[in-house]
Design a protein around this ligand. Structure first.
Ligand code: GLV
Ligand code: MG
Length: 311
């Protein structure tokens, strides 16, 4: 048994939405400490602004200083007439500066496959490495959630599954108008089932699971509560709509220093016990705590998240 280094994935604790039609926000976003930015051609852009936004997004990707954060563009969904030109314009114009395309309102595996095929053709045409640009699938309606397992398996380009609570709540006719909050009158957590399904599909296919936005941007406590719930389940991060939400997300989706230190202690203790035993062994004691191979795996997760967060 070896203590292999925890898998290093690019953190997406805070995923900042930036309207693609707003040059000021496109500029400002570059200086903010979000793990990921997505330049939005979908719902943050009015229909009349969408075509102009494509050029602004290409320019911002090519000329902006985005550091090493994950750079994505959210295209319009396949039920509109905008999707193919969004993809072609952005990838032909700035494909080498782009990490992912985010596909909203994903309903089934075919929609992911269609995007994968289009990306492959553009990459070949432009001489870009085939398959490098990833896909994030956003689950925002009942059909998408029912098909989440086949969506998660649809393409090797997939990197994340993302929850879209506003559209989702509208899709199932949940009786609330406050996005990310519990619907009044329901005594339990109305999001538990949805988040768990997304999380399980993501983990079964080695994808990251990302929670959606919380629209009360001045309500830090509300954000903490909503983010805390999905972080506790195992989600990797959350969308943020305002600079004030970034640090909160970065903190909430990283382990606490105490948990991180404890995880490293478990890994050290288990590695030490294993080497003394000259190979694999069962449970060992760490102080009053019994640890075994399953504890080691849990510790590996927390240590991986902590190392990625620079703890
Ligand atoms: C995000 O796109 C949402 O619908 O919540
Ligand atoms: Mg949406």
């Amino acid at each position: 048994m070896t203590d292999a280094a925890p898998p290093v994935v690019r953190p997406r604790r805070s995923c900042l939405a930036v309207p693609g039609s707003n040059p000021r926000f496109l500029e400002k976003a570059q200086g903010l400490p979000a793990d990921m930015v997505f330049l939005d051609l979908e719902d943050a852009c009015a229909p009349a602004a969408k075509e102009g936004a494509r050029a602004l997004v290409v320019k911002a990707l090519n000329e902006g200083d985005w550091g090493d954060r994950v750079r994505a563009v959210r295209v319009n969904d396949w039920t509109t007439h905008w999707t193919y030109r969004d993809v072609i314009t952005v990838v032909e114009g700035a494909g080498d500066r782009l990490d992912c395309l985010l596909l909203p309102k994903t309903q089934d595996a075919q929609q992911v496959v269609a995007l994968d095929l289009l990306l492959t053709q553009i990459e070949r045409t432009m001489g870009l490495p085939v398959g490098r640009i990833g896909i994030e699938a956003q689950l925002e309606n009942a059909r998408g959630l029912l098909n989440v397992e086949e969506i998660a398996a649809a393409s090797p380009r997939l990197q994340t599954l993302v929850f879209g609570p506003a559209d989702f709540m509208a899709s199932i006719r949940m009786r609330t108008l406050v996005v990310g909050e519990q619907p009044p009158g329901y005594p339990a957590d109305a999001y538990h089932h949805i988040l768990m399904r997304i999380l399980l599909a993501a983990r079964a296919h080695d994808l990251q699971a990302i929670d959606g936005p919380y629209l009360q941007i001045r309500d830090a406590d509300g954000f903490r509560a909503a983010a805390g719930r999905s972080a506790a389940l195992g989600f990797d991060g959350k969308w943020v709509l305002h600079p004030d939400q970034i640090e909160l997300a970065n903190e909430i989706y990283a382990p606490s220093q105490e948990d991180y230190d404890h995880a490293e202690l478990i890994l050290d203790a288990y590695a030490h016990a294993t080497s003394v035993a000259g190979g694999a062994r069962g449970a060992v004691m760490l102080g009053e705590e019994m640890i075994d191979e399953a504890s080691r795996k849990m510790a590996l997760v927390v240590a991986g998240q902590g190392r990625a967060a620079g703890l």
